[in-house]
Design a protein around this ligand. Structure first.
Ligand SMILES: O=C(O)CCC(=O)C(=O)O
Ligand SMILES: [Fe+2]
Length: 301
């Protein structure tokens, strides 16, 4: 099953926490995590800010619609993402923000570092989301260092790779599953995440399902203050398959749901190919996956 990790115990590198983390990373591809620097109330406030945005005025959302841009910052309405080519575009809505670089940085003009778009309402939205994003990146780096210790890799390896992270913070809003939804319609269809690790907070509603090695789907639920952690394609490549990028999905049900994934991706020019393989930059991989999955970017590259 999915191991539950105490972040403080992992930071202290206790044998129990290291063993459970290793099992989660190598066998399941999922963990749950508690006792981080992000409190339950900080998560709940952030969920409330996203909820006010998603359930608010449509014109306020349209004003920051990402579909008229060449990148993925701002609001994506229902159908803005198709994570599984065999399924229909997802019925969820999203709000994405990322890391902006100083204008004179050589990477600043790359779409993966595009400027954020902030809505006029609700009041305080930008401040709340940016505060959460900063803290969540710190929690994620510490966790990634704990994971490398757990799998026998060098924990000091990562810090400089994440100095200019292509990190993306997303609010996902799953309305009630639409009455028209069929077998190919999902809140988010089955997919693996693209980056290194994902730090996911949810409002406590169930809905996320994880695919085990035997193909069965198991539910995973977390209240604010507990995080669901999973690993993405870059970490799977980087570790030559030692860490698993596990498929997951949300079919959706009768209760609306909000989740907040932080996709913790390294800097554009990080080589994420396994040792001995031809180099592959994190930026190329991420740009390719964005172009495959955001419907307004499909066919763009
Ligand atoms: O909402 C969830 O629980 C999962 C979301 C997810 O998998 C994603 O945004 O990549
Ligand atoms: Fe995901």
């Amino acid at each position: 099953m999915i191991p539950h990790i105490d972040a403080q115990a992992l930071a202290a590198r206790t044998p129990e926490a290291l063993a459970a983390t290793k099992y989660g990373a190598e066998e399941v591809g999922f963990l749950t995590l508690h006792n981080t620097a992000l409190t339950a109330s900080a998560v709940s406030e952030t969920i409330a800010a996203y909820r006010a945005f998603f359930k608010g005025d449509v014109a306020n959302k349209e004003a920051v619609n990402m579909n008229v841009t060449g990148s993925n910052r701002g609001w994506g309405g229902a159908g803005s993402e198709q994570v599984d080519p065999a399924a229909n575009p997802d019925y969820k809505e999203v709000f994405d923000c990322g890391v902006e670089l100083p204008k004179d940085d050589p990477f600043a003009r790359l779409p993966v570092y595009a400027p954020n778009q902030w809505p006029a309402a609700p009041e305080g939205f930008q401040h709340c989301i940016e505060g959460y994003f900063t803290q969540a990146r710190a929690v994620s780096l510490k966790l990634l260092q704990g994971i490398s210790a757990a799998i026998g890799a060098d924990p000091t390896f990562f810090a400089d790779k994440f100095a200019k992270p292509m990190a993306l913070l997303r609010g996902n809003f799953y309305p009630e599953r639409p009455s028209w939804a069929g077998a190919k319609d999902f809140g988010i269809a089955a997919h693996t995440d693209y980056g290194c690790l994902t730090l996911l907070a949810t409002d406590g509603q169930p809905g996320l399902e994880v695919q085990l090695r035997d193909g069965t789907w198991v539910p995973v639920q977390a209240d604010p203050g507990t995080f669901i952690i999973n690993f993405g394609e870059m970490l799977e490549m980087w570790t030559a398959g030692q860490v698993r990028a596990t498929p997951h999905r949300v079919i959706g049900g009768t209760v609306e749901r909000i989740s907040i994934p932080l996709f913790f991706n390294p800097a554009y020019d990080t080589n994420v190919a396994p040792a001995g393989a031809p180099p592959l930059s994190a930026g190329e991989h991420l740009s390719k996956r964005y172009a495959e999955t955001y419907t307004h970017l499909q066919g763009a590259s």
